[in-house]
Ligand binder design. Structure first.
Ligand code: NAP
Length: 232
């Protein structure tokens, strides 16, 4: 089963120049879905995607830039992620304020679905990863905001909480999905996280779900859509 021609909307990808974001764009294009990317650096985005996508440049800190980016889009997928303890790429600015701004402007612009890359262990304030400027708690707060805003008025969300991220091709692993943030370890390919979020655009059972995912074993998969049926 594939999603080819099932989804007709235009999708904004935030964090598209990142390692997971690049896979989100690649998988959208694989399914023939129109993609717009929001990036701080036009040259970087153009170097990666060329003319295959529409590029909108701007700052995640700027309301007007974000409003401009989401305008006319049917869905948003965010693979944004902080990389500095403080400043414009900090957890506070990117994982929390940036994602919240994207959620609010998307809702205001009539975006119907919002997919977010979050993280395993976001509910665990005592997790050592929080030593990085409270990154998990910021992601948790952003998740809560997304759930509040996109679970009403005909909107939907899908939040994927991956274990440790690694690189590799999509659809090469059997995955384990779970809800309740009970897992403590595991790895998953960025490409599979991207695929799950792209599939969430049309998989009905992906609507309003938050779940963790890790890779279980090497085993080629035809589609990741059935994993949404496994969520309790
Ligand atoms: N690493 C792990 O093991 C792990 C585990 C679980 C969850 N996660 C989460 O998964 C997500 C994706 O991870 P990844 O490894 O693919 O991330 P990544 O390669 O570091 O990409 C992060 C993206 O965020 C963008 N970004 C950072 N600061 C920004 C700012 N101030 N304004 C605009 N964009 C900004 C980057 O833009 P530029 O390209 O312009 O820098 C990049 O596109 C992140 O949220 C991460 O926290 C990671």
């Amino acid at each position: 089963m594939t999603g080819i021609n099932q989804y007709k909307g235009k999708v904004l990808v935030a964090g598209a120049t990142g390692r997971t974001g690049q896979w989100v764009v690649k998988r959208l294009l694989h399914y023939g879905i129109q993609a717009r990317v929001f990036s701080r650096e036009r040259e970087k985005a153009y170097g990666l995607f060329g003319d295959a996508v529409e590029i909108v440049t701007g700052k995640i800190q700027n309301d007007g830039d974000v409003a401009n980016a989401v305008k006319g889009c049917d869905a948003v997928i965010s693979a944004l992620g902080s990389s500095a303890f403080s400043g414009e790429s900090s957890p506070e600015e990117v994982d929390l304020a940036g994602v919240k701004r994207l959620v609010d402007e998307a809702a205001r612009a009539g975006v119907k679905h919002f997919g977010l890359v979050s993280s395993m262990a976001v509910t665990k304030w005592y997790h050592p990863l929080n030593l990085f400027a409270g990154v998990l708690s910021k992601k948790w707060e952003a998740e809560e905001h997304l759930r509040r805003v996109f679970s009403q008025n005909g909107r939907s969300f899908t939040i994927v909480r991956p274990g440790g991220l690694k690189d590799g091709e999509p659809l090469q692993s059997r995955l384990h999905v779970e809800t309740g943030d009970r897992m403590w370890s595991g790895w998953v390919n960025r490409a599979d996280v991207a695929e799950l979020l792209v599939v969430s655009l049309w998989a009905k059972k992906a609507a309003n779900r938050t779940f963790e995912v890790v890779s279980e074993a090497e085993e080629p998969q035809e589609s990741l859509e059935p994993y949404y049926d496994k969520l309790d």
